[in-house]
Ligand binder design. Sequence first.
Ligand code: HEC
Length: 98
Amino acid sequence: MKKISAVVALIAVAAFSATAFAAVPNGEAIFKEKCAACHPDGGNIINPKETLKGLKNTKIILAKIRAGGNGMTKFDAKTVSDADAKAVAEYIIKTFKK
Ligand code: HEC
């Protein structure tokens, strides 16, 4: 009996971590797919003054993703989910410091 419940517990843990892993959005991958065309290396090919370097505030990045404007694509929640947008914002803050 003990063995069986241990095996069941193991399977449950394995299944849980697999879903948990899949559910964590990869900020870098999303950035490369949706943002890097205009913001290569955190720069800005359309408006070189508006780079992504030195940004510190997640909320400002999230707002820009949703609002777009002045040459930037507007991304709605279907294109970039809230979780993805947050992951991208965190990736930008930790990657493009200067
Ligand atoms: C079609 C080109 C394009 C794409 C794609 C694009 N951007 Fe932008 N982005 C711009 C332009 C142009 C600006 C400057 C807009 C302005 O002056 O208001 C900008 C500005 C920004 C800013 C504000 C920078 C600052 O210094 O305040 C952030 C943050 C940003 N983009 C993030 C993103 C993210 C995240 C993505 C991907 C989900 C993305 N952008 C995709 C063109 C783009």
